[in-house]
Design a protein around this ligand. Structure first.
Ligand SMILES: NC(=O)c1ccc[n+]([C@@H]2O[C@H](COP(=O)([O-])OP(=O)(O)OC[C@H]3O[C@@H](n4cnc5c(N)ncnc54)[C@H](O)[C@@H]3O)[C@@H](O)[C@H]2O)c1
Length: 270
């Protein structure tokens, strides 16, 4: 059976764990050659080894580097393109989630957060686009935003700001590089069960299921499904967009405690 991404080369940043790892695993399983990046080189190597062993083929290459370090990102792309000949799909997934009250947030924390989430995303996308243009590849660039870049969220002022900016980046660069056949889209995950979020809250799954309209937390495969679609040939006319994958969490509006339309008070139409 022909695999969906056979012959394609894919770069995923921040992929030693969590969503990024799931993306690498999915694209490699669908036949792609993958650059698995993580700031932790050992984690990147372990992740690449695990996927290669699972699929029985050396398709995943590990790259240990910090996405905030633009020269390292450029070197990673150059090395990967030297191996594969092109980059077809680039996913700027690396991002750090630093919680902190707005009034206490420090300039140092702000600079690191924006360094990874904004500088890292911007220059990963720019480096990918340059290679796609040079190699005449009608490529796909995916940016990882968040529902906290759509809705206000407690203690995530700086993080939410970066994630809103990332959605805007997809819109603006589409205007500049659409003519090369490159599409750029953002994905906004809601609450996704990963190693990190489970560590933050052992009851993450049930806690988020309780406040999400579809009654479940998000899983890595929910984000992977959106990414596989946006990277597919079928999505060639979808660009500059943001897909929110959150079970409906961000479309809700809070009601007052004793609002008459709450189901416990009334289910009658008035
Ligand atoms: N998990 C969620 O619920 C959720 C929700 C909304 C958005 N997101 C976004 O999705 C993306 C992935 O989230 P996650 O929870 O899977 O990630 P995560 O926090 O588990 O991190 C994944 C990997 O990224 C690596 N990383 C951190 N900083 C890096 C850097 N500067 N350069 C390269 N690698 C780096 C880490 O070492 C880690 O292995 C992030 O951009 C995050 O903001 C996640």
């Amino acid at each position: 059976m022909v695999k969906k991404f056979e012959g394609k080369s894919v770069v995923v940043t921040g992929a030693g764990l969590g969503i990024g790892y799931g993306l690498c695993r999915a694209f490699a399983s669908e036949g792609a050659t993958v650059a698995l990046n993580d700031i932790d080189g050992n984690l990147a190597q372990e992740g690449a080894n695990r996927i290669n062993q699972e699929i029985g083929s050396e398709q995943v290459h590990a790259y240990g580097c910090d996405v905030a370090d633009v020269e390292s990102v450029q070197r990673m792309f150059a090395d990967f393109v030297a191996k594969t000949g092109s980059v077809d799909i680039a996913i700027a997934n690396a991002g750090i989630t630093n919680y902190g009250e707005f009034l206490d947030f420090t300039p140092q924390a702000f600079d690191r957060l924006t360094g990874v989430n904004l500088r890292g995303t911007f220059f990963t996308a720019q480096t990918a686009a340059k290679w796609m243009i040079e190699k005449k590849t009608a490529g796909r660039i995916l940016l990882m935003s968040s529902v906290t870049g759509v809705q206000g969220f407690l203690n995530l002022a700086a993080y939410g700001m970066t994630k809103a900016a990332i959605r805007m980046l997809a819109r603006t660069i589409t205007v500049e590089i659409g003519k090369y056949g490159i599409t750029v889209n953002a994905i906004c995950p809601g609450a996704i069960l990963t190693e990190r979020t489970l560590l933050d809250d052992p009851n993450y799954e049930s806690n988020w299921a309780g406040v999400t309209p579809d009654g479940r937390v998000g899983y890595v495969e929910d984000i992977v499904a959106a990414a596989l679609f946006l990277a597919s040939p079928e999505a060639r006319h979808v660009t500059g967009q943001t897909i929110i994958v959150d079970g409906g969490w961000s479309v809700q509006s809070p009601l007052p405690e004793d609002h008459p339309d709450k189901p416990e008070f009334s289910s009658q139409l008035r």
